[in-house]
Ligand binder design. Structure first.
Ligand SMILES: [Zn+2]
Length: 660
């Protein structure tokens, strides 16, 4: 039964593949992908000169210029844009990007002792000022704000975890005061500990805000403050600010502020905070009568960042209005920092596989298709800001240069240079009805050889494979060599850790080509010499066949809602709402790109374009607050969700479902 089904399917696929082969042969010119050209592109993009192409750096701009020059050389055209005259390069689509944060002049941290007598205030003797940059540092997510003479409340690790029935704020009176916590979690460094998902200070900042705290102070882990990662200013472009001042202080400063005698006493407090039974933890109080005055002033530095977009207009008078986007991100991690897996900082992260390989693929496909006359319009697009949270592609889908309604498919290539065992992973299979058969036939075609008119010597297959179609004279016309095909790993999900996610969130069918991770991933050692260029050129061949199939069909790919696959990592969330959030938007609520059919969100009446501002009693400014609120919800229980819809504030009832 199994075998038979397999054979029937195979022959159907073969028939489809064969018709594609004929179509491909009909195209006027055939330009084959070149391993040497791929090597040249990757070698330049991953060279030391470009310094790892971190978004907002000159290395990224050199990469963008290189891509734009290639686009121009291949005859691609820029797309019309608002304020096109002001563009540094007509192929660029700039987007706002904060490349760094600096200390402004208004930072202040002052600790005031209680005055024992009620006599005249003794200001100077009772105050200790701390130096920004030495004793303390605002965190990149901190809001610029000032808190005058507020009380200080010690709350352990500052974690509120409903699902663990754990609350550091229980009975703490943090409201109106400044909360002070240890960095890290009660689990220590255990990445699989129950508190692992609260490691990021962002979650603790939300917990502090929810508890009514005016500001959050985090005590550094490292004895030497300059060695602590919290002492280094960093800004997360995908997240915005936390809604309250958040600072890190040195352990030395913490000893003074908490009125502890020495570092042994601080260690003892930390040990105690760790070992307390989670449920019965009581908040500690600092000495009474003391106040802290805190002002944070961060200057966010904007830098140039741009997607590079070139277009090859379609030849068919009506189908040219439909566009196929062919994309890859060109940014990488620069000299390390956020996202790096290198043991030490500072070295150039070359990013040959991630993702000079994908960009080289885009450039080769642009060369191949500019020698043909595709019916539909092909939009070649390389993104920046991917490593920091798909910023460039998110900006594009919110400011598209070709209407998204006319964008019939998005093909993404991210890390396609390290193929092992001839295995190719393709994601997004579940996002269009046609994808599976198109991918399978494109793969099959790799092993297919069609005899030319001259023919091959009598009796032998062209290309040396198994004969499939044999002519009346006994000569094989079409033969297949399975050893030339890839082993395909097909994933249905349209979401994933790269730019196709941004398009799928807008209901565009997507395909994601990937050769998998490896030991050099996100390390300086991801270099051009390690790329498998021969296999990459075969991948480009398969991708070009897929694009040809899309273009050859009169009907555009049929969008389907893909099954979202488990990420393998437990998020700890027990509930499912079925919202499709817009991750680019921050700080004015969570904008929804859509809701899944028949989901709790759909049943509650949530719609695309709604902005969630409150969920289950929690204020929602951005996706982090939203996620946080989600973590506190229970399946089957009714909650209120407040949304802004066209200037109107609506309160809806929402009942989450259980997550499988
Ligand atoms: Zn990456």
């Amino acid at each position: 039964m199994k075998t038979k089904t397999g054979r029937v399917l195979l022959s159907l696929t073969l028939a489809f593949a064969f018709s594609n082969a004929v179509l491909a042969q009909q195209s006027a010119t055939t330009v084959a992908p070149s391993a040497e050209r791929l090597r040249a592109h990757v070698s330049f993009l991953a060279s030391d000169k470009l310094e790892g192409r971190r978004t907002g750096t000159s290395g990224a701009t050199v990469a963008a210029d290189y891509i734009a020059d290639e686009f121009a050389r291949l005859g691609l055209k820029p797309l019309p844009q608002p304020a096109a005259k002001k563009l540094k390069n007509k192929f660029f689509q700039p987007f706002p990007y904060v490349s760094g944060v600096e200390l402004g002049k208004g930072n202040e941290l002052m600790f005031s002792f209680a005055s024992n007598s009620n006599s005249a205030p003794r200001v100077s003797a009772n105050q200790t000022g701390f130096r920004v940059g030495e004793d303390w540092m605002p965190l990149g997510l901190s809001t610029n704000s000032r808190v005058d003479a507020a009380g200080l409340i010690f709350v352990g690790y500052g974690i509120t975890a409903a699902e663990l029935k754990y609350d550091d704020y229980a009975g703490s009176n943090a409201s109106g005061n400044i909360a002070i916590i240890f960095s890290g979690t009660p689990d220590g460094d255990n990445p699989h500990g129950q508190f692992a998902r609260y490691e990021d200070v962002r979650w603790r900042a939300i917990a502090a805000r929810n508890a009514g705290a005016k500001a959050l102070i985090v005590i550094a882990t490292e004895e030497n403050f300059q060695d602590d990662r919290l002492s280094r200013l960093r800004y997360d472009n995908s997240a915005g600010d936390a809604g309250l001042p958040v600072i890190a202080i040195s352990r030395r400063a913490a000893i003074k502020i908490l009125g502890l005698g020495d570092s042994a006493a601080l260690l003892e407090l930390e040990r105690e905070a760790k070992s307390r039974p989670t449920i019965e933890r009581k908040a500690y109080s600092a000495r009474t009568g003391e106040t802290v005055t805190l002002a944070t002033d961060l200057v966010r530095r904007e830098a140039d960042a741009a997607n590079v977009v070139g277009v090859l207009e379609g030849s068919d008078p009506s189908l040219r209005n439909e566009a196929i986007v062919i994309g890859a991100h060109y940014d990488h991690l620069g000299h390390g920092g956020a996202g790096s897996l290198a043991p030490k900082e500072g070295e150039i992260h070359h990013g040959a596989d991630d993702n000079a390989s994908g960009v080289a693929g885009v450039l080769e496909l642009a060369r191949i298709f500019s020698a043909q006359r595709p019916r539909r319009t092909l939009v070649f697009m390389t993104f920046s800001g991917e490593e920091e949270g798909l910023i460039g592609s998110n900006y594009y889908v919110n400011h598209p240069l070709v209407p998204l309604a006319n964008t019939v498919a998005m093909i993404n290539m991210d890390m396609i240079g390290r193929m092992k065992n001839k295995t190719l992973t393709v994601g997004g299979i579940g996002t269009a009805e046609e994808w599976r058969s198109m991918i399978e036939s494109a793969n099959l075609m790799q092993g297919i050889t069609v005899a030319t008119a001259a023919g091959s010597p009598h009796g032998s297959s062209p290309g040396g494979g198994v004969p499939i179609v044999v002519a009346a004279n006994g000569q094989p016309v079409v033969s297949s060599d399975p050893t030339k095909q890839f082993t395909l790993t097909l994933n249905s999900d349209g979401y994933g850790p790269s730019d196709h996610s941004s398009f799928y969130a807008k209901q565009v069918p997507v395909l994601f080509f990937w050769t998998g991770t490896h030991e050099d991933y996100h390390k300086p050692s991801d270099t051009a010499d390690k790329i498998n260029y021969d296999d990459e050129s075969r991948i480009i061949n398969v991708v070009s066949r897929v694009i040809q199939s899309i273009d050859a069909a009169d009907k555009k790919p049929t969008y389907t809602l893909a099954k979202t696959e488990a990420t393998g990592r437990s998020t700890g969330f027990r509930v499912y709402l079925g919202t499709i959030p817009n991750y680019a938007d921050t700080n004015e609520g969570l904008l929804l790109d859509g809701v899944r059919d028949d989901s709790p969100a759909a049943k509650a009446g949530l719609k695309a374009g709604d902005r969630i501002v409150k969920l289950a009693g929690r204020g929602v400014r951005n996706v982090y607050d939203y996620t946080y609120a989600l973590g506190e919800m229970k399946a089957g229980q009714e909650y209120e969700v407040v949304v802004m819809r066209g200037g109107e504030r609506l309160t809806l009832k929402l009942t989450p479902a259980a997550r499988r």
